[in-house]
Design a protein around this ligand. Structure first.
Ligand code: FMN
Length: 265
């Protein structure tokens, strides 16, 4: 009887309680991390599928239900060496992580402060591009772009016509701007304005801009301008800056030059 009471006391004592707590936390953490590891490939696949849907959408190729289906087969993904503007076979596009590549000294470079208008500090030496062809004819080029908004790094895709200058669309797939303010970049009506805008003027100067207020339709600059985001001028400025960086000399500039000269042949 006394022995039974002693066993009860040690189970209810500090040591017993601690032991139960430790075992329980160990079991729970193994379960949680095991589930996270198991679900990681699925999560990565879902993210890749989502980016494919955004690429199709910005290219105007989405099915009405938004499903990717086999429409992505029309798109050829190539890797570009940003310094030369030439295609390269290595690294491959599949599984390429631009942020990881940017932070590795072997595959990334620091952006000189004076050129870092997108406020990203480093970028990868290579970047994927997505080409939409109709038979042999290049129709569109889709460029991954990213840079700082007000609160977050905004990641998206910029689709261009084959002249490397006329915008087909701009769409972000990830950002953390404020709902109702900076997140107006996701509004279909605002996104629709980008179609047909020109990036560069005849002198080759990047002129595209999210202005403050509303574009005056008949103004000489309207072909380069998109309406401001009400109450979110700073996010709009971030969008202008990141587009300028990625289409500029330190971004896809050399590649766009190659595209333009190929189209003129
Ligand atoms: C809580 C909070 C969240 C805000 N979020 C954003 C935002 O996501 N993007 C943005 O540009 N401005 C945001 N602003 C407003 C900016 O501080 C700034 O006032 C605004 O960008 C200026 O734009 P406006 O001149 O069009 O008013 C936020 C302000 C507050 C108080």
């Amino acid at each position: 009887m006394a022995e039974a009471a002693g066993g009860q006391a040690s189970r209810d004592g500090v040591t017993g309680t601690l032991l139960v707590a430790v075992v329980l936390s160990l079991v729970c953490s193994v379960l949680v991390s095991g589930t996270a590891v198991l679900l990681k490939p699925k999560q990565q696949q879902n993210e890749a599928d989502y980016r494919q849907r955004i690429i199709l959408d910005v290219a105007g190729l989405s099915a009405p239900d938004g499903a990717a289906g086999d429409a992505f087969d029309r798109i050829e993904a190539r890797m570009v060496d940003l310094a030369t503007g030439e295609y390269v076979d290595s690294p491959g596009v599949d599984g390429f992580d631009p942020l990881a590549a940017a932070s590795d000294p072997a595959t990334g470079i620091a952006i000189p402060a004076a050129l870092d208008i997108a406020s990203i500090r480093r970028r990868a030496k290579y970047a994927p591009v997505y080409l939409v062809r109709d038979g042999e004819t290049l129709e569109q080029i889709i460029l991954p772009v990213y840079g700082s908004g007000l609160w977050s790094t905004m990641f998206g895709y910029l689709a261009l016509e084959n002249d490397g200058n006329t915008v087909r669309g701009l769409r972000f797939y990830q950002h953390a701007e404020t709902p109702g303010l900076g997140d107006q970049v996701d509004k279909p009506a605002w996104r629709a304005q980008w179609s047909g805008k020109q990036l560069f003027d005849d002198a080759g100067t990047a002129r595209i801009e999210v202005i403050r207020g509303t574009v005056a339709e008949n103004s000489a600059d309207s072909g380069y301008q998109v309406d401001g985001l009400a109450g979110a001028t700073l996010t709009g400025r971030g969008v202008t800056n990141l587009v300028h960086y990625w289409v500029g000399e330190h971004g896809f500039g050399p590649y766009l030059e190659t595209i333009r000269s190929e189209q003129q042949r």
